[in-house]
Ligand binder design. Structure first.
Ligand code: SF4
Length: 99
Protein backbone atom coordinates (compact mmCIF):
# COMPACT_ATOMS: atom_id res chain seq x y z
CA UNK A 1 0.00 0.00 0.00
CA UNK A 2 1.17 3.54 -0.77
CA UNK A 3 2.58 5.32 2.27
CA UNK A 4 1.14 8.82 2.14
CA UNK A 5 3.14 10.21 5.08
CA UNK A 6 5.83 11.75 2.82
CA UNK A 7 3.21 13.15 0.46
CA UNK A 8 1.37 14.56 3.45
CA UNK A 9 4.45 16.52 4.50
CA UNK A 10 4.90 17.91 0.99
CA UNK A 11 1.23 18.78 0.52
CA UNK A 12 -1.48 19.11 3.10
CA UNK A 13 -3.89 16.50 4.38
CA UNK A 14 -6.71 18.30 2.60
CA UNK A 15 -5.22 17.30 -0.76
CA UNK A 16 -5.98 13.66 0.09
CA UNK A 17 -9.49 14.22 1.36
CA UNK A 18 -12.07 11.78 0.12
CA UNK A 19 -14.58 14.62 0.03
CA UNK A 20 -12.70 16.65 -2.59
CA UNK A 21 -15.26 17.45 -5.25
CA UNK A 22 -18.17 16.19 -3.14
CA UNK A 23 -21.04 18.60 -2.49
CA UNK A 24 -20.03 20.49 0.71
CA UNK A 25 -23.71 20.73 1.74
CA UNK A 26 -23.52 17.01 2.48
CA UNK A 27 -21.06 17.75 5.29
CA UNK A 28 -23.04 20.67 6.70
CA UNK A 29 -26.56 19.26 6.81
CA UNK A 30 -29.51 21.17 8.19
CA UNK A 31 -30.25 20.48 11.84
CA UNK A 32 -31.93 17.09 12.11
CA UNK A 33 -30.98 16.02 8.56
CA UNK A 34 -29.15 12.77 7.94
CA UNK A 35 -25.36 12.67 8.23
CA UNK A 36 -25.17 9.12 6.91
CA UNK A 37 -24.00 9.98 3.38
CA UNK A 38 -21.24 12.27 4.61
CA UNK A 39 -20.07 9.68 7.11
CA UNK A 40 -19.97 7.09 4.31
CA UNK A 41 -17.57 9.36 2.38
CA UNK A 42 -15.42 9.80 5.50
CA UNK A 43 -15.29 6.06 6.12
CA UNK A 44 -12.89 5.48 3.26
CA UNK A 45 -10.86 8.65 3.79
CA UNK A 46 -7.11 8.21 4.38
CA UNK A 47 -6.80 11.55 6.21
CA UNK A 48 -9.71 11.00 8.56
CA UNK A 49 -7.57 11.32 11.71
CA UNK A 50 -5.92 14.53 10.46
CA UNK A 51 -9.33 15.95 9.62
CA UNK A 52 -10.74 15.09 13.04
CA UNK A 53 -7.73 16.49 14.90
CA UNK A 54 -7.92 19.68 12.84
CA UNK A 55 -11.57 20.12 13.76
CA UNK A 56 -10.90 19.43 17.44
CA UNK A 57 -7.90 21.78 17.54
CA UNK A 58 -9.82 24.55 15.82
CA UNK A 59 -13.06 24.09 17.74
CA UNK A 60 -15.08 23.49 14.58
CA UNK A 61 -18.66 23.66 15.79
CA UNK A 62 -20.50 22.76 12.61
CA UNK A 63 -20.48 19.95 10.13
CA UNK A 64 -19.00 16.50 9.77
CA UNK A 65 -15.25 16.33 10.27
CA UNK A 66 -13.26 13.12 10.46
CA UNK A 67 -16.48 11.19 10.14
CA UNK A 68 -17.91 12.66 13.35
CA UNK A 69 -20.78 15.04 14.02
CA UNK A 70 -20.61 18.10 16.28
CA UNK A 71 -22.11 16.13 19.14
CA UNK A 72 -19.64 13.25 18.69
CA UNK A 73 -16.70 15.67 18.63
CA UNK A 74 -17.99 17.39 21.76
CA UNK A 75 -17.97 14.01 23.50
CA UNK A 76 -14.32 13.45 22.50
CA UNK A 77 -13.37 16.92 23.74
CA UNK A 78 -15.06 16.20 27.07
CA UNK A 79 -13.35 12.81 27.41
CA UNK A 80 -9.97 14.33 26.66
CA UNK A 81 -10.51 17.15 29.13
CA UNK A 82 -11.50 14.63 31.82
CA UNK A 83 -8.48 12.47 31.10
CA UNK A 84 -6.17 15.53 31.21
CA UNK A 85 -7.69 16.53 34.53
CA UNK A 86 -7.24 13.08 36.05
CA UNK A 87 -3.60 13.01 34.85
CA UNK A 88 -3.00 16.39 36.50
CA UNK A 89 -4.72 15.20 39.69
CA UNK A 90 -2.55 12.06 39.73
CA UNK A 91 0.59 14.14 39.24
CA UNK A 92 -0.42 16.54 42.01
CA UNK A 93 -1.10 13.61 44.33
CA UNK A 94 2.26 12.03 43.47
CA UNK A 95 4.03 15.34 44.16
CA UNK A 96 2.15 15.69 47.42
CA UNK A 97 3.44 12.27 48.41
CA UNK A 98 6.99 13.33 47.58
CA UNK A 99 7.28 11.07 44.56
S1 SF4 B 1 -12.67 12.66 7.01
FE1 SF4 B 1 -14.48 13.21 5.82
S2 SF4 B 1 -14.67 15.43 5.98
FE2 SF4 B 1 -12.60 14.88 6.62
S3 SF4 B 1 -11.34 15.07 4.80
FE3 SF4 B 1 -11.99 12.96 4.92
S4 SF4 B 1 -13.87 12.82 3.72
FE4 SF4 B 1 -13.49 14.99 4.13
Amino acid sequence: MHDISEDLEAKGWQDFANCLGVDPDLFFPERGASTREAKEVCKGCVVRDDCLEYALANGEKFGIWGGLSERERRRIRRQRALSRRSTLDAEATAEGLGA
